[in-house]
Write a protein that binds this ligand. Structure first.
Ligand SMILES: O=C(O)c1ccccc1NCC(=O)[C@H](O)[C@H](O)COP(=O)(O)O
Length: 263
């Protein structure tokens, strides 16, 4: 069993428990459920920097990254830095996140917010909308094509964007469909936790131009972004590089300024 299998097995239990506690009618009654979402794909298309900054306390590969964060402060810092959107991890057990983090980020900023979660059930898509997300993440490695279709079409019907994440050619080929907005290539091998930007480079030519290309994980330098841009990437998901610092917003600001100088 790899880490993704473990996370998903736990997620199935968690979702089933939650379904018994909070009915979907309660999620649909949330004031945020009627809110018009802001498109991350649009924001990336119109940007020349393309940074999606993540709120990440810990992870299976790094254990502790930053346990002393205030998600509202981080969100405001990221927005002030000029990022295109923010990714908020909502998994508790492996990443130390929560839906309350998403809600707090939503209360603090108006930029696009991605619910970073291991989505396996339509219930979680409704939760994402109810807690203020503009975008959901779907991970091809843990979903069938039919599941990707059902979850992405539900998200689209609620006005949200969909970012589909792949690790290899097979996952990419089974997933392409019109209800996706962005295709993310994760540079982290989830079996070994090794990170290689070559994963993004190698898969780039297989991604149709209709989708915004996003490179995810292990990005920590301006050079990496300059290089990935040559392969058509418009979005760059960065977590640890900002979160490991005392002030993630300030680090994102310095990074974006430096990126602009290098254009
Ligand atoms: O980060 C991990 O260790 C991890 C392990 C298992 C599944 C997912 C994992 N990460 C989720 C992500 O996609 C990253 O948080 C995101 O791409 C940012 O990566 P980084 O900039 O390297 O923090």
């Amino acid at each position: 069993m790899n880490i993704l299998d473990k996370i998903v097995a736990d997620k199935r239990k968690e979702v089933s428990l939650k379904k018994g506690l909070i009915p979907t009618s309660q999620l649909e009654a949330s004031v945020l459920f009627e809110r018009n979402c802001v498109s991350l794909a649009e924001s990336l298309r119109n940007s020349n920097t393309g940074i999606i900054a993540e709120h990440k306390r810990r992870s299976p590969s790094k254990q502790t990254i930053n346990q002393n964060t205030n998600v509202g402060v981080v969100a405001k810092g990221y927005e002030k830095a000029g990022v295109c959107g923010m990714s908020v991890l909502t998994d508790i057990k492996y990443f130390g996140g929560s839906l309350e983090d998403l809600l707090l980020a939503r209360a603090s900023v108006s930029m696009p917010l991605l619910r970073k979660e291991f989505m396996i059930d339509e219930y979680q898509v409704l939760e994402a909308k109810a807690y203020g997300a503009d975008v959901i993440l779907l991970i091809a490695a843990v979903l069938t094509r039919e599941e990707i279709k059902t979850l992405s079409e539900l998200a689209k019907s609620l006005g949200m964007d969909v970012l589909l994440e792949v690790h290899n050619q097979q996952e990419l080929e089974k997933s392409i469909m019109p209800s996706l907005d962005m295709l993310g290539v994760n540079n982290r091998n989830l079996k070994t936790f090794e990170v290689s930007l070559n994963t993004s480079k190698n898969l780039s030519q297989l991604i149709p131009d209709d989708f915004v290309k996003v490179s995810e994980s292990g990005i920590s330098s301006i050079e990496a972004i300059t290089e990935l841009r040559k392969f058509g990437y418009r979005g760059f998901l960065i977590g640890e590089n900002f979160m490991k610092t005392e002030n993630p917003g300030r680090s994102a600001k310095a990074f974006i300024e430096s990126l602009k100088k290098n254009m």
